[in-house]
Design a protein around this ligand. Structure first.
Ligand code: PLP
Length: 399
């Protein structure tokens, strides 16, 4: 018998973390690597949040176990924040606080999916989704969109992929890895389609505040209110407040499902760190000034990186409207000779770029769509310019 269970052995290690680790290892050797792999804002957590956490460490109540579903004050603050930010009204009892958005994803699929159930997964997708669906026994059914539609899937595509085993649609707008944001009408059309067919929606809204050009990201159960009883909203503090290391996320959903997910969590991990929860409470109950200044910085870099990437022959880069990623196609460069090598896929090309240009990018294979690179622009603008220039110089050698 094998030492590791088939279930766990079947998990692909996170490619985004792998690229980041490779880049860090090269950096540690003293090489001047520029990393576009990171999925986190490069700003410190705002002071008032850190101060709330420091204070919480000294309160006796935070030293013991608390309710598995989350601190009541935090659940209340999340319900209020959700109404403020997306217009979705819920009761604090409908909120389950999780160890980051990642655990919200795992718990959501574990709670909704039975073995054999199909989950419609628009691609390019965030690399954690298929793993969490598979671990729950579900079958990810990939529905792919490309740069010609701005990476947005249509109702027709979803309908073509629907079977009588379809239970859930995963929806992520703004998207990791493409930065695509669905227009309100398309959110409405997809929501109505899901409602009509009794399909659950898991909507990951973690990048809700990182949107540019004055657009907003519509929340599906707000646009289609009848859908609320078959929707789980996922969110967290990581991206909005530059709090990736604090590990606080949440699920909002109908009472019965949230109750079931809380019971699962009580056995899985008990409560999320109370100190981190108190930091999250200060974050969501506080102002959005910090995210607005982060957004300005990201916006300037977004414009810069899209213009630099678009100037590279063979690179096609739609303008992302949200998150902090650009997702250019490099399909035209595959199979060409660069420095005596002929990379046939984006894993090989990313490896060549890391070795020869000392720049780390994540290949599209990690997101279900070979032929693309994900560039995170959560890095200083000078590094961004230097990094893309190095890539451009190397790719200019393609013959
Ligand atoms: N959802 C999406 C789309 C993400 O990109 C991420 C992080 O990369 C998460 C959820 C989870 O974030 P965290 O677990 O740090 O809260």
């Amino acid at each position: 018998r094998s030492r590791v269970s088939a279930r766990i052995a079947g998990i692909t290690p996170s490619a985004t973390l792998a690229v980041d680790a490779k880049a860090k290892a090269l950096k540690a050797e003293g090489r001047p690597v520029i990393g576009f792999g990171a999925g986190q804002p490069d700003f410190p957590t705002p002071d008032y949040i850190v101060d709330a956490a420091a204070e919480a460490t000294r309160e006796r109540v935070n030293h013991g176990y608390t309710a598995a579903g989350g601190l009541p004050e935090l659940r209340e603050a999340i319900a209020e924040k959700t109404l403020r930010d997306s217009g979705f009204r819920c009761d604090p009892s409908q909120v389950l606080v999780t160890n980051g958005g990642k655990q919200a994803v795992y718990s959501a699929f574990a709670t909704l999916v039975d073995p054999g159930d199909e989950v419609l997964l628009p691609a390019p997708y965030w690399t954690t989704y298929p793993e969490s669906i598979t671990l729950a026994g579900g079958v990810p059914v990939q529905v792919t969109a490309d740069e010609t539609t701005g990476y947005l899937v249509t109702v027709d595509q979803l309908e073509a992929a629907r079977t009588d085993k379809t239970k859930v649609l995963l929806f992520n707008s703004p998207s990791n890895p493409t930065g695509a944001v669905y227009p309100r009408e398309q959110v409405e059309a997809i929501g109505k389609w899901a409602l009509e067919h009794g399909i659950w929606v898991i909507t990951d809204e973690i990048y809700e505040h990182l949107v540019y050009d004055g657009i907003t990201a519509a929340s599906m159960p707000v646009v289609v209110p009848e859908l609320a009883d078959q929707t789980l909203i996922l969110n967290g503090v990581a991206k909005t407040y530059s709090m990736t290391g604090w590990r606080v996320g949440w699920i909002i959903g109908p009472d019965d499902v949230v109750k079931a997910a809380s019971s699962f969590q009580s056995h899985l991990c008990g409560n999320v760190s109370n100190v981190a929860q108190r930091a999250a409470q200060a974050a969501v109950a506080g102002p959005l000034d910090a995210v607005h200044s982060m957004r300005e910085a990201f916006d300037a870099r977004r414009k810069k990186i899209v213009s630099l990437l678009s100037d590279i022959p063979g690179v096609e880069c739609p303008t992302p409207e949200g998150a902090f990623y650009a997702y250019p196609s490099v399909k035209a460069l595959l199979g060409k000779e660069i420095r005596g090598e002929r990379p046939e896929d984006t894993v090989a090309l990313a490896d060549l770029i890391l070795r020869e240009a000392e720049v780390a990018v994540v290949p599209g294979e990690a997101f279900g769509t070979p032929g693309y690179f994900r560039f995170s622009y959560a890095l200083a603008e000078a590094d961004l310019v230097e990094g893309v220039n190095r890539v451009a110089n190397l790719l200019a050698e393609a013959r």
